[in-house]
Design a protein around this ligand. Structure first.
Ligand code: HSE
Length: 414
């Protein structure tokens, strides 16, 4: 029997307890031994829980108990999760976490400690909830050079955008519904401003290219300024607006990585990833495109990935699984303004047709988009592919001629 501790009894933590207890027999046969929850760490009281006698408010109970070989961290946030996880690894305990903030900020350091101690530090649930992505990328796709990873990595924003696209629902109503259904982070800013997706693309980028990418290296835009007008123009263009996290290698050997809303063509596999579902496309040089799809948030899907890691830890208690990336460096990620991109532009002015003629002179060519019931003075167009820095400079010129730039959204090429 292997004794484990679970730190955190919120949505994911209670899901982990539920999966471990309801699937106890099959889990025992897969792990080759019984898994016993000895401690559950939480500051709150759970007197009605069938495991009420396992709760503790003291992290030291877990840290100082030599019987505990595997610790599950599902508290979320950086502190105190980081100190607890680091202490557990240093004390010789393997750790499983769903905490993307922790892995995105401290992954290289924690993986190094795990390597030195011959332990496992596993985090399948940190990206894509119940979708297997960390293990397939680190094992099944290991023979490939990853050309690009692009994904819909946040269920809450995908749910909101789907409601806006399919039901004309307002952003606020859709966010309230996502929160009610338990998809959103405690602070929904992490979802709607793109930080959650940023953490996840950092983890995938680090894994794909073997070197840590930190969240502050990735230009991040959320969906708070996406309007129903943008959704309609995307439809007129032949696609949908999705929040995308993307990483690829530049010819200079740096990484290009960005999180932002994008126009996705309707025939792209990512265009049909709706509601709380996530979709992650990994473009390998040998495999071509491989797409992972499933529920990216929610109690049981996420708990399922956590428990799978626990089983893996228990099976490999004496043998470390290979999962590692080295520390990053400040100039590893290229300036997003140097990337070549085409953009949708929505503007407003007294003479929108005149502004579009100016845009045509500035860009050489543009394609105009039209929608029913457009606001007076509104116009929308697509730029040719140019370095983003040049597009921004040309839009600045338009602004000097009276254009109010209402929104710009990058066009995807996948
Ligand atoms: N708030 C996150 C999401 C939860 O909506 O995707 C899963 O990481």
């Amino acid at each position: 029997m292997v004794k484990i501790a679970i730190m955190g009894h919120g949505t994911v933590g209670s899901g982990v307890v539920e999966v471990l207890t309801t699937h106890a027999d099959s889990i025992t046969s897969r792990a080759k031994q019984e898994i016993d929850i000895k401690y559950i760490l939480d500051l709150r009281e759970f007197p009605d829980s069938p495991l009420a006698d396992r709760f503790t408010k003291s992290f030291d109970d877990i840290l100082n108990d030599p019987e505990i070989l595997v610790v599950v961290e599902v508290m979320g946030g950086l502190h105190p999760a980081y100190d607890y996880v680091k202490s557990c690894l240093e004390a010789g305990k393997s750790v499983v976490t769903s905490n993307k903030e922790l892995v995105a900020a401290k992954g290289a350091e924690l993986l190094k400690i795990a390597q030195e101690k011959n332990l496992n530090f596993l985090f399948e649930a940190s990206v894509g909830g119940g979708i297997p992505i960390i293990r397939p990328m680190s094992q099944c796709l290991a023979a490939n050079d990853v050309v690009e990873v692009a994904g819909i990595l946040n269920g809450t924003t995908n749910f909101i955008l789907t409601k806006m696209i399919n039901e004309d629902m307002s952003f606020e109503d859709a966010l309230a519904l996502a929160q009610k259904l338990g998809y959103a982070e405690r602070n929904p800013a992490a979802d709607v401003e793109g930080h959650d997706a940023c953490r996840k693309i950092c983890i995938l980028a680090s894994l794909a290219y073997g070197k840590h990418v930190y969240p502050d290296q990735v230009h991040t835009e959320g969906i708070t300024n996406i309007s129903l007008a943008d959704v309609k123009y995307a439809d007129a263009w032949g696609g949908v607006v999705k929040l995308i996290g993307e990483v690829s290698k530049t010819p200079e050997g740096k990484l290009h990585s960005i999180v932002c809303p994008m126009f996705i063509p309707r025939d792209s596999q990512l265009a049909n990833v709706d509601d709380v579902f996530n979709g992650i496309m990994v473009r390998g040089d040998a495999t071509g495109d491989v797409v992972f799809y499933g529920k990216g948030a929610g109690k049981l899907p996420t708990a399922s990935a956590v428990v799978a890691d626990v089983i893996d830890c228990v099976k490999h208690i004496q043998a470390r699984k290979y999962l590692f990336w080295e520390d990053g460096s400040p100039d590893y990620v290229a300036d997003y303004l140097d990337a070549e991109v085409a953009m949708y532009v929505r503007l407003k002015g007294d003479d929108p047709d005149g502004l579009c003629r100016l845009a045509e002179e500035a860009f050489g060519e543009i394609s105009r988009l039209f929608r029913k019931d457009a606001d007076p003075g509104e116009a929308a167009f697509l730029t040719p592919v140019l370095p983003e820095r040049e597009i921004r400079a040309k839009l600045e010129t338009l602004a000097q001629h009276g254009a109010q730039i209402l929104n710009t959204i990058r066009l995807s090429d996948f």
